[in-house]
Design a binder for this molecule. Structure first.
Ligand SMILES: [Zn+2]
Length: 240
């Protein structure tokens, strides 16, 4: 599975971790910095706790009795990806937003899928949904969430943290394209043009569109945590 890891991910991780360790060392040496670290840990812990509580309070947890086919597919994916533990997967209504993300609280991993993308991908036959789940499982399997604190200070260095984040996204797309080749383009096209038009959109035209350049497009990309969607679609298409 090593070949699925975007080479830039490891490079940017090492650079980011090095800068972050220096940053933490400066804070610890300055004594008062320890207080800042403790405040940051407390704020992060509270934010994650509330987010997890919001998920548990409002979302539906997938299980062997709740959307059992999705649960079975996710379990098989986690096995294939050699994950030690299956995270809890939830579905939540989010006012039409098309998104999914992984999070972690008290050593427990969670995947949250917004209901519009879940519903559409589910009705479309499962491949796109499996791709979306596989992408999020890859974030957990690659410890992107668990190791976030190691690279967090690097996000204050312009373009560095976002470059690392984009490399992580490409890695997770690679895992999705490898384990669910039939759902990767469909899954990303849904995120791009929405729940109805994705079937009619011409993927080859999107691939051509991804070749377009320009200063503002470049600036937009280097300041974003996610790669440009058209480029993600091209990348997974090339892996099919
Ligand atoms: Zn992602």
């Amino acid at each position: 599975m090593k070949e699925l890891i975007n080479p830039k991910e490891n490079i940017y991780f090492v650079i980011s971790a090095f800068i972050s360790i220096l940053f933490y060392l400066v804070l610890v040496v300055s004594i008062v910095g320890i207080v800042y670290i403790l405040i940051l840990v407390l704020i992060t812990w509270l934010a994650q706790g509330f987010l997890t509580a919001q998920i548990k309070a409002n979302a539906v947890k997938i299980s062997s009795k709740q959307f059992p086919d999705v649960y079975l597919a996710a379990t098989k994916l986690a096995e294939k990806m050699e994950m030690k533990e299956m995270p809890d997967i939830y579905v939540m209504q989010a006012g039409g937003l098309l998104n999914a993300f992984a999070t972690r609280f008290l050593s427990r991993d969670f995947v949250l899928i917004y209901s519009d993308v879940f519903e559409l991908a589910y009705n479309a036959g499962g491949n796109a949904l499996d791709f979306i789940i596989c992408h999020e499982l890859a974030h957990i399997g690659r410890r992107h969430i668990q190791n976030r604190w190691i690279v967090y200070p690097a996000f204050f260095i312009p373009f560095l943290g976002t470059a690392y984040s984009r490399a992580c996204e490409y890695t997770c797309d690679n895992f999705g394209a490898h384990f669910v080749p039939k759902g990767c383009v469909e899954g990303l096209m849904m995120l791009s043009v929405g729940t109805k038009l994705y079937k009619d959109a011409d993927v080859e035209e999107v691939v051509k569109q991804s070749m377009e350049g320009g200063m503002f497009l470049w600036l937009y990309e280097i300041t974003s945590t996610h790669p440009i969607l058209t480029k993600r679609i091209r990348a997974v298409k090339e892996r099919q």
